[in-house]
Design a protein around this ligand. Structure first.
Ligand code: PLP
Length: 452
């Protein structure tokens, strides 16, 4: 930081402040974690300066021998950790990983057969007329993904995201009574819609998924099964999700981020079955430019960490702690979507406290509890104000919190929520954003958190 201060002191100060804030608060955002010093340090190296478009051993720039070592190692660790035939370490983020997956699937299922039929090796050889037809076919495919308010991610076909514009899309949801995935309804929808791709995976669904069943449904309708395990990759790596709950053997293509429960640098990965490997391998230049070699190096370090017995213990603690947090909240009167959890996250329906997600999120933040507001299924308050608070255990478990500490966290959260009142607009009407936290509560909760 001293070196940075000599150039731009305000960045050094913001960095110092970020560390202080992270230390002084309870980080409960389900998609965040604390990467190890080895991972953080690996990102700040000379690999940042190197261009390396292409893939291992097949680059468009000279002098990529060390990047080749890094990328090959990241892919090798990923293959061995997840038991995948093929791994691609270049995506800069989860969104990029999903874009690479979508376009690889389109390449494998639509482009390659068209080229074969036309006797062409690649799209540059096509006549204008054949190219226009192929472009039309690529843009005329169907995607079935989990809806945002049921816990899906915006890259799974949500209209404002490019995935919702690239594909004709439909969404599947959860059972309105139980909040659980309704596989029969999904099967019926898939049979009617006949998608090219079914996307499974979630950002805010607090339960496990049966990926064997997902694959069965995909096979019945001839769809490619793509699983986005961004949130729960750490639980797959740590062997908490095994058998039907491990997506990797069942999905044709699996994507993930590396920075959530997997506890690595910010970035993405794509895993694939052999038949999709050559398409995914063309992620650059199909979708991506030059890889972030310093981040691929950090992915290799994080994946090596995730292969240790300590990581397995960590991943099991993440799931056990989420149970303790959920039970602690419910015991104190909080209403949870699906009445519990069996993964790393918990979704509180804060309307039972008379609050919107926005009000609850702000009041909790005042008390040093960092969460994010989130839609609940069929949310009456919409995607901006929401009715839920999403919390997760990966970050505080890294800090060493166990079941007792998470029970104490539940108590502190309920204390804040019970002592928060909805506020009013300037004109005195009801507001979905303003709130009043009772005097003294924020300081009391901050002091108690510091003891944990
Ligand atoms: N997929 C899922 C399921 C996610 O939850 C997220 C992030 O929230 C992403 C993809 C996107 O990841 P990134 O923010 O790295 O682009």
């Amino acid at each position: 930081l001293e070196v940075i201060s000599t150039v731009e002191p305000r960045i050094a100060e913001a960095t110092r402040q970020e560390l202080a804030d992270q230390r002084a608060s309870l980080k409960l955002i389900a998609s965040e974690n604390y990467a190890s010093p080895a991972v953080l340090l690996t990102m700040g190296t000379w690999f940042s300066d190197k261009y390396a478009e292409g893939t291992v051993g097949h680059r468009f720039y000279a002098g990529c021998q060390n990047v080749d070592t890094v990328e090959a190692l990241a892919a090798e660790h990923a293959r061995e950790l997840f038991g995948a035939p093929y791994a691609y370490a270049q995506p800069h983020s989860g969104i990029d990983a999903n874009l690479v997956a979508f376009w690889s699937i389109l390449a494998h299922r639509v482009e390659t057969p068209a080229l074969e039929q036309l006797g062409a090796k690649n799209v540059s050889e096509l006549s204008e007329a054949d190219w226009e037809k192929l472009r039309g076919d690529l843009g005329n495919q169907r995607l079935l993904g989990m809806s945002l308010d049921a816990g899906g991610h915006l890259t799974h076909g949500f209209r404002p995201n490019i995935s919702g514009k690239m594909f004709h899309q439909q969404q599947y949801g959860t059972d309105p009574e139980t909040g659980l995935l309704d596989y029969d309804a999904l099967r019926a929808k898939a049979k009617e819609f006949k998608p090219l791709i079914i996307v499974a995976g979630y950002s805010a669904y607090p339960r496990r998924v049966n990926f064997a069943k997902m694959r069965e449904i995909a096979d019945e309708v001839g769809a490619t099964l793509m699983v986005d395990m961004a949130h729960f990759a750490g639980l797959v790596a740590g062997k908490v999700f095994t058998g039907d709950e491990n997506p990797v053997p069942f999905a044709h293509v699996t994507t993930t981020t590396t920075h959530k429960s997997l506890r690595g640098p910010r970035g993405g990965l794509v895993l694939a079955q052999e038949e999709y490997a050559s398409s995914v391998d063309r992620g650059c230049p199909m979708v991506l430019g030059g890889p972030l070699s310093h981040v691929m190096a950090a992915k290799a370090v994080a994946l090596a960490e995730a292969r240790t017995p300590e990581f397995k213990t960590y991943a099991h603690a993440v799931a056990d702690n989420a149970k303790s947090l959920a039970e602690g909240l419910m015991r104190r009167g909080a209403k949870l979507v699906t009445d519990g959890t069996d993964n790393h996250l918990v979704l509180i329906d804060v309307t039972s406290f008379g609050l919107t997600g926005r009000q609850a999120e702000s009041a909790l933040l005042d008390a040093g509890v960092v969460t994010n507001r989130n839609s609940v299924p069929s949310d009456p308050n919409g995607a901006w104000y929401t009715s839920g608070i999403r919390i997760g255990t990966p970050a505080l478990t890294t800090r060493g919190f166990g079941a007792d500490e998470f029970d104490a966290v539940a108590e502190l959260m309920v204390h804040v929520l019970q002592n928060t009142q909805p506020g009013t607009t300037k004109a005195g009407g009801p507001s979905k954003a303003t709130y009043q936290l009772a005097d003294g509560v924020a300081d009391k909760v901050k002091d108690a958190s510091a003891e944990l």
